[in-house]
Structures are given as structure tokens and as C-alpha cells.
Design a protein around this ligand. Structure first.
Ligand code: BG6
Length: 488
């Protein structure tokens, strides 16, 4: 393992993300020896917190309180901060110089923006102006979503951060790109002779990507009302998965080559005209219902959500990629909150064989071959084939070949955040989104959100919590003579 040295400055260190994901990820890197002793974390937050309190929070979020975790927490420093005040940055700079010396990190700095996005631009500019980015080592910016809420706002934000950081210093997080099985998509495609020759419109009928959640909006009503599932999940995670599934093989596995192939996919996606949104995209909002035997309230009853809200908590869509490989192959996506199960999976449906020799027999019905990539919670691959039914003369039965990356112990797989953080300290931006990807994704979803925002209140369908979404999502596929595969 490559050991790294760096200071990580976390803006938003008292927030949820830091507590749930970042501290535990840093701890895992530390305990696996991937971080040397030469690291320090400076937590930035608005509230006053003593050094001890902060370190105790770190230990709590790691989950175990012992000598080792307490020693780990000694690397953490808290800095109360006003992001709009120049003096805060000047103080921070002094502290960084001191810590640099103490931990011998050779001037390496990562600034992690894990807080309200309205300050992203301002913070980046201050960091530059007060000289914090001017260091003898590297200076990198990790930035959480949302990266804007449409193309113009994303452009503005990008201009602001670009004044302080160059594109190769900017690491835009899409945590789906840190998931083991999302990273596996490329390997499955490009390391297997049996898939890549079939991976095109001659053999694939459609591809379906489902990312369903059981949780509702929780305490994020304020954010979610302005976002909705389209911006929250589709613009980023879903389109990233589409681009990985559809990209051409890169000539090399370098960051630039991979990104440029993904960008080509995003450029080839057929834009949805405002007049055609209803044909290609479906939205829904959960109403009250039952999940795992428990009654849950509808979206409009949630905290900080308007009683008349038309925010979508569910999106299904059909995406066409106009290039040689994918002409006429629909990519169907769907994602939503308060659905039946927490699961992300990709189903590749192959075309039917030219002739079904087994049709004569009345009971025979041939299932298409399906390749299922299970992203979460189960991680693995299933291939559905047809085989002879035992004992019968002519009889077909579907069989499944299963590969389980991670069946029993979900805890084995490193957290997405852990991998992404490690990538960033090592300077590998492959699994972060390039500005061009962000821009093209917004360009694709903007016409859809414009229509939805202006639509009448009555035009959003509801689906009872605990279901797979509104019926229109089924109609969307039925129009093409397909249906959603729900496979475990
Ligand atoms: C986040 C969204 O980006 O992804 C959340 O903001 C969503 O609303 C989450 O719940 C889903 O991530 P995961 O890893 O649980 O599938």
C-alpha cells in the first residue's frame, strides 16, 4: 500500500456527512495503514466546539472507544469559522503552516467542502485570495453535490471555483463512482470476451437501471423540495451509470481517456424536447403507505414540505443514445424514495434469438437472456439462461448463474467514501466527475425540470409508499413492448 501524507480541511465538520461517512472512512484508511502518521484533519464549523469535544465526536462516529481510536482522534483539530470572514482564513492559514511542520505533510492540502452549497464559490475564492492554496505540495478541492441546480448555476459555481483551482485540482464527488460494483461495470465489460462482442444494438434489446430506496426524505425536506429526484439522483448517479454502461472501451485506463469516453456518451444522449417530456419521462410522489409492516406518511406530510408540493420523489425515464453502438436501444432508468426495497441494479436484456425452436410445445415460453449487475445491497452478477428441463424430452427452464461479490458480509466492501478519499490523496481523479460531464448532465435534465416546474399541480401522479412507483412507469416500457424486470 502506498502511504500518503496530507492535511484534510473539512468544511462542515459538525455536519451529518462528516459524522456518518468522512470520519469513519478516514479511520478505515488509517487502520489499514493507507494513511501514514503524517496526516491531520482540520474540522471547520460555525459553532464553538472545544478540541476535546471534537475529538470525542470523531471517536463516537468511528464507533469504538479505545486507546487506538483515541490516538487516531488526536490527529483531528477543530477550528470555529465564519466562511464569509477574511480573518477566519488568515487564522486557518497560520494553523495549516504549523500543522504542516508538525506532521511533515510536505505542503499537501485537501479542502473538502461538505456543507451548504451556497458557500462553495465564496470559500474557494477566499482560499485563493488569502494564500491557502499556495503551498509547496498539492492543493486539491473536493466538492460535494449539489453542483448547481441547473446548467447556468453550475456554470457560475464552476467559474467561481475555477478562479482558485484548476480542473485537475477539482474532485467532484459522485459517491456512486466509489461503489465497488459500479467500478466493476468497466471490468465486466472490458475484461470478458463473452460480453463486449454482444454489447451493442445488434444483441441488446434494452438496459434497465433501477435505484430504489425505502427511506423517505427524512429531515432533508428543505433541500429536497428544491431538488427532487431528478436533480438529486438522475442528473448525477443515474447518468453516471448510463455513461459507464454505454461508453466505448478507452484506449488506456487513464483518467483522461476514461472521462473522454464517458463524455462522448453524454454528448450522444438524445436531448428530450420540452414538448416530448411526457413521452420519455415519468414522475411520481409518494403518498402514505406501508413498508415492511410499518405505516409511513406521504411526502406532502413530511417536515418542511409544502402541502401542495409537486416535487417528484420518483423518476422513470427512457434515454436514447444516438451513436452507432446504441441506436434504438432504450436505456430505462428509475429511482425513487419510499419504494418497496433498497436496491440498485442494472439489467441488460438481450434480444430474442432469431427463432424459437421450442414454441411448438404450448407451455414453452423463452425468457430472454438477462445479465444483472447487482450494485447494492447485494453485490454480484447474475446471468439468466435457458436450459433443458430435467427429465422432459423438450422442455425449457430458466437457470441462473450467480456470482456473488459480497453475499454474506456487507461490511467487507470498503465504503465508497473511503475509496474516493484515498483516490483523491493519491491524485487519481478517474472516479470523480469532470466539469464537462456535469455540464452535459445538466443540459440533459434541464428541459425536463423546466416542464415539471411549470406543470399544473394535478399532473404529478402519486404512488403509495412501499410500491415500485406509479403505473405510468410501466406504461413507459409497455409502449416499447418491454417491462421492468424485478429480479432478486
Ligand atoms: C444521495 C442523495 O446523493 O444519494 C440521497 O442525495 C440518496 O437522497 C442517496 O438517498 C442514495 O445513496 P445510496 O448510496 O444510499 O444509494
Amino acid at each position: 500500500t502506498e502511504q500518503v501524507k496530507t492535511i484534510v480541511v473539512i468544511f462542515g465538520a459538525t455536519g451529518d456527512l462528516a459524522k456518518r461517512k468522512l470520519f469513519p472512512s478516514i479511520y478505515n484508511l488509517y487502520s489499514k495503514g493507507q494513511l501514514s502518521e503524517k496526516f491531520a484533519v482540520v474540522g471547520i464549523g460555525r459553532r464553538e466546539l472545544s478540541q476535546e469535544e471534537f475529538q470525542t465526536n470523531v471517536v463516537k462516529s468511528v464507533g469504538t472507544d479505545n486507546a487506538y481510536t483515541r490516538e487516531f482522534s488526536q490527529h483531528f483539530y477543530y477550528h470555529p469559522f465564519d466562511v464569509t470572514n477574511r480573518n477566519s482564513y488568515v487564522d486557518l492559514k497560520g494553523q495549516l503552516v504549523q500543522l504542516d511542520e508538525e506532521y511533515q505533510v510536505e505542503g499537501n492540502r485537501i479542502f473538502y467542502l461538505a456543507m451548504a452549497p451556497e458557500f462553495f464559490g465564496e470559500i474557494a475564492q477566499h482560499l485563493k485570495r488569502e494564500g491557502l492554496t499556495n503551498t509547496s505540495g498539492y492543493s486539491r478541492l473536493i466538492i460535494e453535490k449539489p453542483f448547481g441546480h441547473n446548467l447556468p448555476s453550475a456554470q457560475l459555481l464552476n467559474e467561481q471555483i475555477s478562479q482558485a483551482f484548476t480542473e485537475d485540482q477539482i474532485y467532484r464527488i459522485d459517491h456512486y463512482l466509489g461503489k465497488e460494483m459500479v467500478q466493476n461495470i468497466e471490468v465486466i465489460r472490458f475484461a470478458n470476451a463473452i460480453f463486449e462482442p454482444l454489447w451493442n444494438n445488434r444483441y441488446i434489446a434494452n438496459i434497465q437501471i433501477t435505484s430504489s430506496e425505502v427511506l423517505g426524505v427524512e429531515d432533508r425536506g428543505g433541500y429536497y423540495e428544491k431538488s427532487g429526484a431528478l436533480r438529486d439522483m438522475v442528473q448525477n448517479h443515474m447518468l453516471q451509470m448510463v455513461s459507464l454502461l454505454a461508453m466505448e472501451p478507452p484506449i488506456k485506463l487513464t483518467t483522461d481517456e476514461i472521462r473522454s469516453e464517458k463524455i462522448k456518451v453524454l454528448r450522444a444522449m438524445r436531448p428530450v424536447k420540452e414538448t416530448e417530456v411526457h413521452e420519455y419521462f415519468v414522475r411520481g410522489q409518494y403518498s402514505s403507505g406501508e413498508i415492511n409492516g410499518e405505516r409511513v406518511i406521504g411526502y406532502r406530510e413530511e417536515n418542511n414540505v409544502s402541502e401542495k408540493s409537486t416535487t417528484e420523489t420518483y423518476v422513470a425515464g427512457k434515454i436514447l443514445i444516438d451513436n452507432f453502438r446504441w441506436a434504438n436501444v432504450p436505456f430505462y432508468i428509475r429511482t425513487g424514495k419510499r419504494m418497496k426495497e433498497k436496491s440498485t441494479k442494472i439489467v441488460v436484456q438481450f434480444k430474442d434469438i432469431p427463432m424459437n425452436l421450442y414454441y411448438n410445445n404450448s407451455e414453452q415460453h423463452l425468457n430472454p437472456n438477462l445479465l444483472v449487475i447487482h450494485i447494492q445491497p447485494m453485490e454480484g452478477i447474475t446471468l439468466s439462461l435457458n436450459a433443458k428441463r430435467q427429465g422432459k424430452k423438450i422442455g425449457i427452464a430458466p437457470v441462473k448463474l450467480d456470482y456473488c461479490n459480497n453475499c454474506e458480509d456487507v461490511l467487507n466492501t470498503p465504503e465508497a467514501y473511503e475509496k474516493l478519499l484515498y483516490d483523491c490523496v493519491r491524485g487519481d481523479a478517474t472516479n470523480f466527475t469532470h466539469w464537462n460531464e456535469v455540464a452535459l448532465s445538466w443540459q440533459f435534465v434541464d428541459p425536463i425540470s423546466r416542464i415539471w416546474e411549470n406543470d399544473e399541480v394535478t399532473s404529478i401522479s402519486t404512488y403509495p409508499a412501499g410500491t415500485m412507483g406509479p403505473d405510468e412507469a410501466n406504461v413507459l416500457l409497455a409502449k416499447d413492448d418491454f417491462h421492468w424486470w424485478s429480479l432478486s
